[in-house]
Design a protein around this ligand. Structure first.
Ligand code: HEC
Length: 178
């Protein structure tokens, strides 16, 4: 009885041993980054069309993410990565490679994990899979318009991030403690 009482008290007070704030903070940050990127991208596409949204991504992904993260940049590193890259700057860190291999080619319906929590050299890392939704296929899908494809090739001559199916694993958004 006593043990149960202490357990309940521990959970209620959120003792560090019971409550992992890294995971919830990282999840919140990943959520904010995703929402901000998608909001900005959708607005740009609606206003000026898909072709103009490509250089917009090229120039603004980093500043948008930094703004969304705010003061949390002091505590966390974050980014996006993939097995099929558009921007070489998003090359997978060593610790992501094995998970990219595990997830590549899979559909959202095949993947039961919403996120992964790993550790590398004593630092905790949160990884969340991203899937190619209908709106992503405009620039990452199997049938991309000629204009879009030309614009992508001019900015990213080594682009591989094309040919995804709806619901297919596209890559990870990750958050690492500093
Ligand atoms: C308007 C075209 C466009 C749309 C729509 C789009 N993307 Fe991208 N995506 C890009 C561009 C351009 C880059 C490279 C950005 C950069 O230079 O960092 C990119 C990069 C990425 C990356 C980083 C890895 C890499 O390959 O460099 C991921 C992950 C990604 N997109 C996922 C998505 C997802 C998921 C969606 C849908 C929610 C989406 N994208 C919609 C154009 C687009």
């Amino acid at each position: 009885m006593k043990t149960i009482y202490f357990l309940i008290l521990g959970l209620a007070l959120c003792f560090p041993a019971f409550c992992d704030s890294f995971e919830s903070e990282a999840q919140k940050l990943a959520q904010d980054l995703k929402l901000n990127l998608v909001k900005n991208l959708t607005q740009k596409i609606e206003k000026e069309g898909v072709v103009k949204a490509i250089p917009f991504c090229h120039e603004n992904v980093k500043p948008i993410a930094k703004e969304a993260a705010g003061e949390r940049v002091a505590k966390f590193e974050f980014g996006r990565t993939s097995h099929k890259l558009r921007n070489q700057m998003n090359r997978p860190p060593v610790w992501a490679e094995v998970y990219l291999k595990e997830f590549q080619g899979k559909l959202k319906s095949d993947i039961t994990k919403n996120s992964l929590l790993i550790e590398h050299e004593g630092k905790r890392i949160y990884l969340e899979p991203l899937f190619a939704e209908a709106k992503c296929l405009l620039c990452h899908g199997e049938k991309v318009s000629t204009q879009v494809s030309e614009k992508i090739k001019s900015l990213y001559p080594q682009d591989q991030a094309i040919g995804f199916k709806q619901g297919e694993f596209r890559g990870f958004i990750w958050v690492k403690e500093k």
